[in-house]
Design a protein around this ligand. Structure first.
Ligand code: FNR
Length: 202
C-alpha cells in the first residue's frame, strides 16, 4: 500500500511539474559562498509557484579543448542535458576585470557547440536573462553587457530589460539567505515576473 501511494504521489508530482516553467540558473562564480549563487537562490524563492529554478553545477566541466570535444566529457553531457530539458536559462554573473568570469565563458563555449552532426547546440532559441551582484561599485553592469552580447551571438532569445545589478554587496546583504534590502528584492521580483512573461511569449 505504501509503495502504491508513493508511486501515485510521484506520478501526481510529475503531472503537476509538466506544466511548470523550468529555468536553469547559471552562476558565473564557482566560489562556495558566492553572492551570485545566493542571488540565484533568492530568485528561485521569489519566483514562487510561477517557475521552478534549479542551479546548474558545472564545476567539473573541463577547459574547452577540441582534442576532447567528441565524444563530449560526461560533465559537458550533463550540463547540456540540463539546459536542453529547461525552458530558459538565467545567468547570475560576477564581474572579473569588467568582464564575466572565464569559467562561465568556458561553459558557454561547450554549450555553444553542436552535440553531434545530427543534434544542434542546446542554447539557440532558449530565452535568457542576466543579473549580477558584486561588492564593487559597478553592480556587474559592464560584465553583463559583454555577456548579453555573447548570448545573442549564440542564438539565445535575450531579455535585455529589466536587468538587476546590485553593487556594494557585503556580509549583511543576505540575511538567512534572503536579500536584506527591500528595494533590491523588489527589483529582483520584478525581473522574475518579467522573465516568466518573456518565456511565455516565446
Ligand atoms: C574581481 N572582483 C571585481 N568586482 C567588480 O565589481 N568589478 C571587477 O572588475 C572585479 N574584478 C575582479 C577580478 C577578479 C579576477 C576577481 C577574482 C574578482 C571582485 C568580485 O566582484 C567579488 O570577488 C565577488 O564576490 C565575486 O562574485 P561571487 O563569487 O561572490 O559571486
Amino acid at each position: 500500500m505504501m509503495y502504491v501511494c508513493k508511486k501515485f504521489n510521484q506520478y501526481a508530482e510529475e503531472i503537476i511539474n509538466m506544466g511548470i516553467i523550468k529555468i536553469t540558473a547559471i552562476a558565473g562564480s564557482l566560489r562556495q559562498g558566492s553572492y551570485n549563487r545566493l542571488l540565484a537562490t533568492e530568485a528561485g524563492r521569489l519566483l514562487g509557484n510561477s517557475a521552478q529554478l534549479d542551479i546548474l553545477d558545472y564545476s567539473d566541466v573541463p577547459f574547452m579543448n577540441q582534442d576532447i570535444e567528441y565524444p563530449a566529457p560526461d560533465a559537458v553531457k550533463r550540463a547540456r542535458a540540463t539546459i536542453k530539458a529547461a525552458d530558459a536559462a538565467w545567468f547570475f554573473t560576477p564581474e572579473y576585470n569588467h568582464y564575466f568570469p572565464g569559467a562561465l565563458k568556458n561553459l558557454i563555449e561547450w554549450l555553444s557547440r553542436p552535440i553531434s552532426d545530427d543534434e544542434p547546440q542546446v542554447m539557440a532559441g532558449k530565452p535568457a536573462a542576466v543579473s549580477g551582484i558584486t561588492p564593487g561599485m559597478s553592480g556587474t553592469g559592464i560584465a553583463q553587457d559583454h555577456l548579453l552580447s555573447l548570448l545573442g551571438i549564440i542564438g539565445m532569445k535575450v531579455m535585455y530589460a529589466p536587468r538587476v545589478t546590485i553593487p556594494h554587496a557585503n556580509q549583511k546583504t543576505f540575511i538567512d539567505g534572503k536579500l536584506a534590502s527591500e528595494s533590491a528584492a523588489q527589483f529582483l521580483k520584478e525581473q522574475c515576473q518579467a522573465f516568466v512573461k518573456f518565456i511565455n511569449e516565446q
